[in-house]
Design a protein around this ligand. Sequence first.
Ligand code: DC
Length: 223
Amino acid sequence: MASGKTAVGRELARRLGWRLFDTGIMYRAATWQAQKGSIYLDDDESVVELIRHSDFQLRAPATADSVELEVYVDGENATPHLREPEVESGVPTVAAIAGVRTLMVQIQQQQAMQGCMIVVGRDIGTVVLPDAPVKIFLDASAEVRAQRRAKERNQDADRASVLAATNRRDELDQRRAASPLVAAQDAITLNTSSLSLVEAVDRAEQIIRAHLPMPVSVVGGEA
Ligand code: DC
């Protein structure tokens, strides 16, 4: 579940020299695209139709110090818009549309074939990459996640309202019919409530290194 998953994923990708693919950006970009097209988000059919005819591309990070893939829609970089309040409030509705998920999952699966990467998202271990070599389910209490979210947005905020919004979003994500948020059976759960970012990344890195297939070395010479 865990907020913190993007921060943990980003740091892990840096340590391992991999890319981070945070799949939430795709649902956010789809929401941005629908809102730009003035489509009513509850109108599933119109949203799916628009998304089907939109070109989503994931591209390498624009700056050398970033490890995160960025998302372009119809040639435009959607990344700067993805944390806007309107997108934030619309995204659970769009992410709950089964037809949107089918389209997004296909793109995610193609992307994941492109090499070693940390793929972050709620349904990665269950739906998108059921054969992923390592699955980690990050968990944390709602209070801790609400604090992180408020901090991410640089708000001293009204903690009660951030907590209420966090709970509301969790509930929508867990109850939706299409790919509800659940841990894969073979995922390793890492509860990060009382861990610092560095501690969480250390543990996740240990898990990954312990589970990755042994490197194979082929030495030339005799046939
Ligand atoms: O992780 P995030 O906050 O960027 O996710 C934004 C929304 O997209 C949130 O409502 C959950 C949804 N999402 C999803 O349903 N499946 C994913 N793989 C990633 C995100």
